[in-house]
Design a protein around this ligand. Structure first.
Ligand code: WT7
Length: 650
């Protein structure tokens, strides 16, 4: 028996989808007439400059096209439409800075800023189809920059501000960006961290000659180098520009953005999203999953460097005409009550965060009772959300009781960079909730669990999570690598189904989905997606490292942590020498990729456990990382003695 929590009836009464019958009716519509369903929603929810006549084109599967003879502009839908609807004076963004300073901006003001920057970008020769990389921290300007790109049809690629110069360089070069938009510095937890100087470093690595503009937002006033004419201040670029800017009307399939994410190989994948289908799903999920209402104050704590920030900060809330909080800082500064204080301060009604943050705040109030949510007025909250990784039932219960005060439904939203928006999630007014389960697919999302041959498995039996039919906000391709797109997401043995890369199981009685974790070499550390190969490549780039294997280890706070097994080109160090080298290698990885990729643990061995054909047996390393003893069959292992050497932490 699963413990079930029903949506409060007062919530259901006003909800966009008020009960399971309404949910099922939408699902049945999609089953009966897939194209009719999506076509109707796209006509009702978006403003089209040129109406589409085709809904879904499957002729070149898996390169699906949605609404592709229709024309629209994403920024027009997010901004101008709000002005036309009488929402111009409504607050679009409440910016809560790291130090607690608040700036807010109305839809009319946001629209004006976006138009000015869009005109400025055009004045610099940036046009439809050009790629623009953003390397910024959380700010109103980051949203303005993304929307300005969308307005002129430039394809943005946001790189998380915690990535290293090398990681940034790789993404700029792969995207062939003509411009980089950055800030002088960022502020996090009272500290100033560089941005512009990292851009300089990345561009100096060579191969980025495509970049002709570096546009710098002055956040802190910190000292930065200025290479004219390439470099220009954002305010100088916007100054004197008109606050009217005719949008570039693009085809629905026009690439809105590329966002790099980790896969099974060392090279990050540039996930390419389209304009029309993507915007449709962000708009719909704002209504269905977030049940957004005109008076809501919505707060998603994600960073714009991840897909959550794209779909549920830059695009979803604006296309929905919502008021949202954007937060620059960190959840634990000046203390671990910052989230609750901010909810109280801005009367947040919808709060969306990651399980890692919840778990770390649970821990924090065990040592410092002052920061417990009960010390804050959280009565404004009506809905809570979770995203990025599985939420364990204990964290779910704590969130439900202490933050939502048993009054707020929790939406555990399963989705991915590639899916563009929510896929499997409770509907807050309709779905009975079960802690630890993301429950059921949204209407029109044909999620299923199959075996390795693509055959359905019965409920109660685990398998591979797939989506059987294309959906509007799905990934269109991997930038510069269509073959990898096909091989990664539409492997032949699955007969045309989209492969999510996660394992899952459905409950025997309810059919509810529970995600059991990645089935590939992808780790999820604090909700950040990391490829084991990326970290291994960074390690072997160190002059002393001969070979490395990285595995995930379950972690009570971060979900998973990174454990690296390393073979050196020199004798295996022991004692303090081993500890010192481990520290050096951890910092090396942080410098190569970014602090989020720093291994929590490093162990040294004379070799790695390998099969006779030379394949590293990672499943054994996963067992060792957990501190368990190997009970599996090791008869195929070339060098069983090595296991003992790798079993102990430093
Ligand atoms: C991977 C995608 C979701 C957008 C931000 C992360 C895991 C995500 C859940 C959830 C269990 C989840 C999956 C997925 N994941 N949400 N609610 N329950 N697992 O996007 O970086 O592309 O990561 O995050 O493993 O494949 P991403």
């Amino acid at each position: 028996m699963q413990t079930t929590f029903l949506p409060p009836s007062s919530f259901s009464a006003a909800a966009a989808i008020p009960d399971m019958a309404s949910y099922e009716a939408l699902c049945a519509f999609a089953e009966r007439d897939y194209q009719g369903y999506w076509g109707k929603l796209a006509r009702e929810n978006l403003a089209w400059r040129v109406p589409f006549t085709r809904v879904l084109d499957e002729s070149n599967a898996p390169f699906f096209k949605w609404f592709d003879d229709g024309k629209l502009n994403v920024s027009y839908n997010c901004l101008d439409r709000n002005l036309e609807n009488g929402n111009g004076g409504k607050t679009a963004i409440i910016f809560e800075a790291d130090d607690g300073a608040v700036t807010s901006i109305t839809y009319k003001e946001l629209h004006a800023k976006v138009c000015k920057l869009a005109n400025g970008l055009r004045a610099r020769g940036i046009a439809k189809g050009d790629r623009v990389v953003l390397y910024m921290s959380m700010s109103i300007e980051a949203v303005v920059a993304m929307q300005a790109c969308a307005r002129i049809g430039a394809t943005h690629s946001v790189v998380f501000g915690g990535f290293s110069a090398r990681a940034l360089h790789e993404r700029i070069a792969d995207a062939g960006a003509v411009a980089v938009i950055t800030a002088d510095e960022q502020l996090r937890g009272g500290k100033r961290l560089p941005l512009k100087s990292i851009v300089d470093e990345a561009l100096a690595l060579g191969g980025c000659e495509c970049v002709r503009n570096v546009i710098v937002y002055r956040r802190t006033g910190g000292n930065v180098k200025h290479a004219a004419p390439r470099d220009i201040w954002l305010h100088d670029l916007m100054d004197g520009q008109s606050d009217v800017c005719e949008p570039e009307w693009v085809n629905a399939e026009h690439p809105l953005f590329i966002l790099y994410t980790s896969g099974s190989t060392g090279k990050p994948k540039g996930v390419q999203h389209a304009s029309g289908g993507y915007l449709l799903w962000t708009a719909l999920t704002m209504k269905w999953t977030f049940d957004i209402k005109p008076d809501d104050v919505y707060w998603c704590t994600a960073d714009i460097g991840w897909v959550t920030g794209h779909s549920y900060i830059t695009y979803g809330p604006t296309v929905a005409g919502a008021t949202q909080v954007i937060f620059e800082g960190v959840p634990t500064w000046p203390d671990a009550g910052r989230f609750w204080e901010t909810i109280e301060k801005h009367k947040v009604s919808i709060f969306y965060t990651a399980p890692t943050a919840i778990r770390s705040l649970i821990k924090a109030c065990e040592t410092d009772p002052k920061v417990h949510p009960k010390n804050y007025d959280l009565s404004s909250l009506r809905l809570l959300g979770s995203v990025g990784e599985p939420i364990n039932p204990e964290a779910w219960m704590w969130y439900y009781r202490n933050v939502g005060q048993e009054r707020c439904p929790i939406i555990d939203t399963f989705w991915q960079t590639e899916t563009g928006g929510h896929m499997i999630t409770p509907l807050p007014g309709a779905t009975p909730m079960v802690p630890g389960s993301c429950t059921l697919p949204l209407p029109g999302i044909m999620a299923a669990i199959v075996d390795e041959a693509g055959q359905d498995v019965p409920n109660g039996q685990g398998g591979i999570l797939v989506v059987k039919r294309p959906w509007p906000s799905m990934i269109r391709t991997i930038w510069n690598d269509a073959d990898r797109f096909r091989a990664s997401y539409f492997p032949e043995e699955l007969g045309g189904y989209y492969l999510a890369g996660d394992g899952a199981i459905r409950n025997k009685d309810t059919g509810y989905f529970t995600i059991t974790g990645r089935i590939d070499d992808v780790l999820n550390v604090s909700g950040h997606r990391m490829g084991t190969m990326e970290i291994e490549s960074a390690l072997v780039a160190h002059p002393l490292v001969a070979e490395a294997a990285v595995v995930g280890k379950p972690d009570a706070t971060t979900g998973e942590s990174i454990c690296a097994f390393v073979v050196l080109k020199q004798a295996r160090p022991e004692g303090d020498a081993a500890k010192a080298l481990a520290a050096e290698l951890r910092n090396w990885v942080a410098k190569e990729i970014g602090p989020i990729a720093k291994p929590k643990e490093i162990r040294f061995g004379d070799n790695l456990p390998k099969t006779r054909s030379g394949k590293i047996m990672r499943r054994l390393l996963r067992v060792l990382a957990k501190g368990e003893s190997v009970t599996q069959d090791v008869s195929t292992l070339e060098n069983p003695a090595i296991l003992e050497q790798l079993a102990k932490a430093l």
